[in-house]
Design a protein around this ligand. Structure first.
Ligand code: 4GP
Length: 838
């Protein structure tokens, strides 16, 4: 055993409890942490003590690799990726790190040796929910792939004290609860009180002449906040590269205002502390109400400024001049949230490091890349000019100067095209003036990308059309991907074992190798084993559903699942219309031979998004009626799984038979849940939207249930005048479903409850549910038909998994590295630090 383990890693020591990888080392380390870190004897240790001891045991191994990685950062002078993101939706660390260290079985044994079940410990971990959904989870997958591909990288973000709210369901409604993820401590982070930067806000600017006679601007702020670094190690899969995620916590520069304190004003004295700490207090749910929230802009500027100051410090530490900053760092802007970085880097270079404007602009324009994640107009950030000027007066001056120079260039290319110039301007001047963050990101970056082929094409022809016409060479597509480590190996151990038994484990790093599974699709024995794995996963989910909701579901029914944020464009209510249609069929014909289905929903609604919350209430109301109607006889069950997050997602994706990806074509930028479902052997029912298009291309049209209008058709019908009411009037099944909802049947006789939803469908139907209804229902009938032939279904599922290679985040990161960041891997050699680590 010891022999085998020492081969697995570069750490060939077998006698070191802090770095060794044998069961003996791990056992010893675990007990030491229980005793010396938690201060417990095994007999008195709680589940939390055991979890902490396991976490520290694993963390010791990460830190060993981290130290070696950092040593290379400095020694090699390698180019580093700085990934700036306001969100990192990491999910629990323990299991993932055990997978990446390849010590899962050993830690399981070590925990059993102290009488603790590993699953209970994994379950105990609070996940850092530092993100809303897709964009934040993508950032987490990308960190995993960067480390796995041995690319030196630092993720930069905010250490929110409260992450995305916890969702409870009360009387069918969503209720938001504060996410207190730090309550029991966080063993995965290392505070760095010595790595701090000051961030200024407000005040005014004044011009002055420096010693060399140069005109400069001096910013006198009215408030200064300190950012403190908290580092989380991010280890790659079976490599020694351990990158870091550096999150900033805001603190007051002086915790107490002694002047106030001395005159007895205690509350006045702590005011600044409380005020400053607010900045990293809470993650904003991505809500329409965000626009105009000063604290949100403060958060963005706060983490961007700390991160850029940190990168500049690291750059100067290796003895290089700042003129070469863009050769040592590639900085990615994860959406527009960090795009104030363009102005801040200019400020740091010009004002603080006294670089001339042109050189600074050259560096800035060459260091940034910008990823756009959404076409929804309400999500395109813009800040009222007044608010921006009050908070960041110097940055506004810089933005004006960038804009002046930029528009001069544009005028040369498009003389007299004032309309185009107005559209390209960094400042929106129609009515109240705004700073347009997407425009700032485009002007300040050397590369701009969308996140799926269709999305990138739509970017070029709609929201960023003018920029595309100006700089076509800056644009490229980088279709999203997800990490198979978390989303297959960790979430679906049964499937992983089965796949390994046939084609080995090479696919975990080279997902294309799953192709080799294709030849097993026709193998009876393999298909049976495959079905057994799926059934096991469904039984586990059924148990969890019972525990969380009290609803008992039948694992032999088809698990038809839609989990994602609740939004009208994602059309959870189209799924509900299908459920009601099935229910109507059963009411009409109680003896109907219907394929039993369990329709499972999950997802959070932004707290101020009324329609999304009403959709949750509708799902629960329909569930209540359908699940209790004896006439249904368990042929249809509806579940709303509360508090969908990374942890529960790991149990949900592997249990799905059918994946619902039913957004209005042209609205979902990419989607990544669609990839996770498919990798776990679910078949997709979907529209030609986002990455669905490419998933279908890969798995083959025969293995994908397609329905609905295309993005082009959506646009055309809209422009010709869309009339949802005429569809309602001409389709009896649709009318029956909508009328049943409108009648109060699902709302204890109250016809008003769902009226806003019904009216919005009948009179606007912005997301064209009615136009796609019949096509969706027909497609669902084909799904049921296909599922009845279990062998055929399983064959299709195997082919789906076999052909998902493209959707590994490793592929996506390789493309970013090659085409945007121009960085290459650096193999980290382990070093035995002698007595230092014994
Ligand atoms: C999401 C997009 O809605 C989703 O389609 C995409 O897969 C994901 O980003 C990652 O690229 N956008 C957001 C957001 O999460 O906040 O805009």
């Amino acid at each position: 055993m010891a022999q085998r383990k020492s081969k697995k890693t570069n750490s060939n020591k077998t006698d070191c409890s802090r770095t060794g990888m044998t069961l003996i080392d791990l056992n010893r380390c675990f007990n030491e942490h229980l005793f010396y870190t938690q201060g417990r004897l095994p007999l008195s240790a709680t589940l939390n003590d055991h979890y902490m001891a396991a976490a520290y045991t694993v963390r010791d191994r990460l830190l060993h690799r981290w130290v070696c990685t950092v040593r290379d950062f400095i020694r090699e002078g390698v180019k580093v990726v700085g990934y700036l993101s306001a969100e990192f939706l990491l999910g629990p660390h323990l299991g993932n790190n055990m997978i990446n260290l390849d010590i899962f079985d050993e830690v399981r044994e070590a925990s059993e040796n102290v009488g603790r079940n590993l699953d209970a410990m994994l379950d105990h971990e609070e996940e850092p929910g530092l993100g809303n959904g897709g964009l934040g989870r993508l950032a987490a997958c990308y960190l995993d792939s960067l480390a796995t591909l041995e690319i030196p990288a630092i993720g930069y973000g905010i250490r929110y004290e409260f992450g995305i709210f916890d969702q409870e369901i009360r009387d069918g409604w969503q209720v938001e609860k504060t996410d207190k993820w730090l309550r029991l401590g966080n063993p995965w982070e290392i505070p760095r009180p010595e790595v701090t930067y000051e961030v200024k806000f407000g005040g005014h600017t004044a011009g002055y002449c420096d010693d060399g006679g140069c005109y400069r601007s001096r910013w006198t702020p009215d408030r200064v906040v300190r950012g403190i670094a908290y580092d989380t190690p991010i280890l790659g899969y079976k490599v020694n590269t351990c990158n870091m995620l550096r999150l900033w916590k805001a603190e007051a520069v002086e915790s107490f205002d002694f002047a106030s304190f001395n005159v007895g004003n205690y509350y006045g004295a702590v005011h600044e502390k409380v005020y400053s700490e607010n900045i990293s207090k809470v993650l904003y749910p991505n809500d329409e109400q965000i626009q105009g929230k000063q604290l949100r802009l403060e958060q963005q500027y706060f983490f961007v400024s700390c991160s850029l100051q940190d990168m500049i410090r690291l750059h100067l530490a290796i003895g290089k001049s700042l003129e070469y900053f863009h050769e040592e760092f590639a900085i990615q802007l994860n959406d527009t949230h960090p795009s104030v970085a363009v102005a801040e880097l200019m400020r740091l270079l010009v004002d603080e490091h006294h670089m001339d404007w042109d050189t600074a602009w050259h560096v800035t324009r060459n260091v940034f890349g910008y990823t756009n994640h959404t076409l929804l107009p309400e999500a395109l950030e813009r800040w009222p000019l007044r608010l921006f000027a009050n908070l960041l007066p110097r940055h506004l001056e810089i933005i004006f100067e960038i804009n002046r120079r930029f528009l001069d260039e544009v005028r040369v290319i498009y003389p007299d095209d004032e309309a185009r110039i107005a559209r390209l301007s960094l400042i929106d001047e129609q009515g109240e003036r705004y700073v347009r963050m997407a425009n700032l990101a485009c002007v300040g970056s050397r590369a701009i990308n969308g996140v799926a082929k269709l999305h990138t094409e739509l970017l070029k022809t709609t929201v960023l059309k003018d920029f595309y016409e100006l700089w076509p060479e800056k644009f490229s597509n980088k279709t999203n991907g997800v990490t198979p480590r978390r989303w297959m190996v960790l979430s679906n151990p049964g499937l992983t074992r089965l796949i390994r038994s046939r084609i080995g484990g090479g696919w975990i790093k080279k997902l294309d190798r799953l192709k080799r599974l294709e030849s097993y699709a026709g193998d009876d024995a393999f298909r049976r084993e495959w079905q057994a794995v799926k059934t096991g996963n469904k039984q586990a989910l059924a148990a969890l559903i019972l525990e969380r909701t009290g609803i008992s579901v039948n694992p032999d029914s088809m698990f038809d699942i839609q989990v994602k944020r609740i939004h009208e464009y994602k059309r959870q209510h189209l799924n509900v219309l299908h459920v009601v249609t099935l229910y109507n069929r059963l009411r009409r014909n109680p003896g109907l031979d219907m394929l039993p289905r369990t329709v499972i929903f999950g997802g959070k609604a932004a707290p101020s998004y009324y329609m999304a919350k009403l959709i949750i209430k509708l799902i629960n109301s329909v569930a209540d009626v359908v699940n209790h109607d004896p006439a249904v006889r368990n042929r249809l069950k509806v579940v709303f799984f509360p508090d969908f997050n990374v942890k529960s997602a790991q149990k949900i994706y592997p249990a799905a038979d059918l994946s619902e990806q039913i957004s209005t074509a042209g609205k979902e930028a990419s989607g990544t849940g669609n990839m996770k479902f498919s990798m776990n052997g679910a078949l997709t029912i979907g529209t030609l939207d986002g990455a669905n298009v490419e998933i279908r291309e890969e798995v083959g049209a025969d293995n994908f249930f397609l329905f609905g209008l295309t993005a082009e058709e959506v646009a055309r019908i809209k422009s010709e005048g869309y009339d949802p009411r005429s569809i309602y009037l001409s389709n009896p099944d649709l009318r029956e479903a909508i009328d049943l909802i409108g009648s109060g049947f699902f709302s204890r006789g109250d016809p008003d409850l769902f009226k806003p939803l019904v009216d919005s469908l009948l009179y606007q139907d912005e997301y064209m549910l009615l136009a796609d209804y019949q096509s969706y229902v027909d497609c669902q009938d084909r799904v049921s038909e296909a599922y009845r032939d279990r062998d055929r279904w399983t064959r299709m599922a195997i082919l789906n998994v076999a052909r998902m290679g493209k959707f590994s985040s490793d592929r996506a990161i390789r493309e970013y590295c090659r085409e945007i960041w121009r960085v290459s891997p650096n193999t980290v050699e382990m070093e035995d630090f002698g007595d230092l680590v014994r």
